[in-house]
Structures are given as structure tokens and as C-alpha cells.
Design a protein around this ligand. Structure first.
Ligand code: SF4
Length: 341
């Protein structure tokens, strides 16, 4: 395995929010080729002013075993690893991996679990005072902005469920959960309880209904069919559920007939909204995604290099075309616009 140059560290996007979150990394065990480590969270909800986003965010885990090739969240994991290494908080095995394992792979195989997050959140909401006033004035809490809250770790550690149990005690909140996992249906009772007195929405991430294509670009994620079944089940339970068709991968998932079929199927499954946007390539995503394109879709390599040569966004004309296409598909299948958080 290639040796990683630690001097080429990237600047973290949310340094303050992440820095506060960790003290120790005791091992919690293994599951196949994935290893879990506990973190001690001091703060669970990242405020809008800390992240520069217009919502509060909660991420029960750092890292994500679903391993989507385009994932933009890898920066956070690398930052946690670097800080832990600097403070000698990695065990010998993990310290060796920090030196040798590619950061994009560590993101998928070394997962940090915020086990005490529910307790910290309960305390914050009970005693937080003015800091959290925005939450009763309509600020959104987004669960899963930089990890999947229902990845395989959740089956074992139940951190997301613990967080939802805390939020269920506080009426009048606005909560959005983003996931690719049918495991969310395990919590349908709790989601129903929250939805009775808060504004709750689940967003299922789905960029293609082609099982084989999904396996190539999201190698460890649940199948599209499993996600559609979960979507229908949530809707049957009365949970408002939409779809994030994000990111659309140029030349791979943007074929008009394929997008039409995707919107048709999510509409048939009961989705109330669908949001879409084209792939953005920040540095950490670029380091994983562009080599993947070279290997799996070599015919697209030069197109990607040209399209993303000037920054993280594909050209405005392409994005405008997508907007028009999705507006037409929403009208055709009677489904709303998904952008809210
Ligand atoms: S499910 Fe989301 S957080 Fe997890 S790897 Fe895929 S894009 Fe990243």
C-alpha cells in the first residue's frame, strides 16, 4: 500500500466544530474489515455559525462504511485521524495505518462512534439556554450531513436512535434525516412519535435505480431497490419522505431516460419531493473520485479533468440544464422540489 505523505494535509472545512468533539479513541471491535473506535463528544450539534451552513448538523459517526466514490465528507475523517495522531491517541495498529492507509480508505474502514452523543445532546437541550433559541424559531437540524446515520455501525451502536429519542422529548423542532439505508425503518415507531409534534422529513439518497451502476459508484451501499422499499414503508407510516438525487455524476447517471425512470419510481414509491444537484468535487472528494474515473470510466477521464479544472463545480450551462430537466420531471410525475435544508 502506498505510503501517505502527512505533510500534504488539507485544511479542514469545519475545524472548530470537529476539534471540540474528541478526546479518546478506545477500540469498540470489528465487523469484517471495518474497525470501530469510540469518541467522546463534547458537543453534538454543530451550529450554523461553526459550519457556515444554514442548518444545525448532527453526525453520530465520523467516517462511513458505505464508501461512495464521490463522497465529499472524507475531509472530516482525515482531520480526526491527524489530531488523534498528533496527541498520541491512536493505538499502535491505528497509528501504523495512519501512516500507510490511504485516507479515502480509512474513511470507509475506520469508523469513529460518538457513543455518548445522546447524553450530551440531552444535557445541551436541557440547559443550553440562548444558544439553542434558533431551534424553537424554525432552524433546521440536519442529521447526516457528513456521514450516514444508518450505516452498518448503527445496527450495533444505536447512536442515531439514541439521538432521536432525545429529540422526541422536544416538540416543535424541524428535523431532516439523510440516509441511504433501509435500517431507518427499524425506527419507524420513534419517527412517527417525533412527527406528531415536530416537523420531520426523511431524505433517501438515490442517484440511480440501476443496481449494477449503483454497485460501481456506491460499492457498499444498500441497493436502489432496498432504498425504494424503505421509502414506501416510511410513507406508509405517514412519515414525510423525499429523495436526494445527489450528486448527479456527469456522463454516468445523467442520461435523460435514466433520470426519467428514477423520478417515476420514486414518485410511485410515494416520495413527496426530489432534490437534485450535479457533482461537486472538493479536494478530498477529488482525490478519491478522479482516480476512480480513470480506472472504471477511462473514456470520461479527460471530460472530467476539463469540466472540473477551474474549481469544484461543473459548468453553469450543465447545471442549468439539470435544473430544467428536473423541473420538467417533477411536473410530469407530480412531485415537489426537495431543496429545503
Ligand atoms: S452514504 Fe453519504 S456519507 Fe456515506 S460514503 Fe456515501 S455519500 Fe459519503
Amino acid at each position: 500500500m502506498q505510503r501517505v505523505n502527512r505533510s500534504s494535509r488539507q485544511l479542514p472545512l469545519f475545524p472548530a466544530a470537529i476539534e471540540r468533539s474528541f478526546e479518546l479513541l478506545p477500540s469498540l471491535g470489528e465487523q469484517g474489515d471495518i474497525r470501530y473506535f469510540a469518541t467522546r463528544a463534547r458537543s453534538v450539534m454543530n451550529a450554523p455559525e461553526a459550519t457556515g451552513m444554514n442548518f444545525w448538523s448532527i453526525n453520530p459517526y465520523v467516517g462511513c462504511a458505505f464508501g461512495c466514490t464521490y463522497c465529499y465528507a472524507r475531509y472530516a475523517h482525515r482531520y480526526v485521524m491527524e489530531r488523534a495522531a498528533d496527541r498520541d491517541r491512536l493505538d499502535d495498529g491505528l497509528a501504523a495505518e495512519f501512516e500507510t492507509m490511504e485516507p479515502w480508505l480509512a474513511f470507509e474502514r475506520r469508523i469513529f462512534v460518538k457513543r455518548d452523543a445522546p447524553e450530551i445532546l440531552a444535557r445541551a437541550l436541557r440547559t443550553g439556554g440562548e444558544r439553542y433559541l434558533g431551534l424553537i424559531h424554525g432552524d433546521t437540524i440536519l442529521i447526516g450531513s457528513a456521514t450516514d446515520p444508518y450505516q452498518p455501525a448503527e445496527r450495533r451502536f444505536r447512536v442515531t436512535r439514541g439521538i432521536l429519542e432525545v429529540l422526541a422529548e422536544h416538540p416543535g423542532l424541524k428535523i431532516v434525516i439523510i440516509t441511504k439505508s433501509p435500517l431507518i425503518t427499524r425506527d419507524v415507531d420513534l419517527l412517527g412519535r417525533i412527527a406528531r409534534h415536530s416537523d420531520l422529513r426523511v431524505q433517501i439518497s438515490l442517484i440511480t435505480v440501476d443496481r449494477e451502476l449503483a454497485r460501481r459508484v456506491e460499492p457498499r451501499s444498500p441497493t436502489p431497490h432496498a432504498r425504494l422499499v424503505a421509502l414506501a414503508r416510511l410513507r406508509d407510516a405517514g412519515i414525510e419522505t423525499g429523495v436526494n438525487c445527489m450528486p448527479i455524476l456527469p456522463g454516468i447517471t445523467d442520461e435523460p431516460a435514466a433520470l426519467d425512470e428514477l423520478v417515476r419510481q420514486v414518485s410511485a414509491a410515494g416520495a413527496t419531493r426530489i432534490g437534485a444537484c450535479a457533482l461537486r468535487l472538493d479536494r478530498s472528494a477529488r482525490l478519491r473520485y478522479l482516480p476512480f474515473i480513470e480506472q472504471e470510466f477511462p473514456e470520461l477521464a479527460s471530460r472530467y479533468k476539463a469540466s472540473y479544472s477551474h474549481g469544484r463545480n461543473v459548468g453553469e450551462k450543465y447545471r442549468e440544464g439539470l435544473t430544467q430537466r428536473f423541473n420538467a420531471l417533477r411536473a410530469k410525475y407530480g412531485i415537489g422540489d426537495g431543496d429545503r435544508a
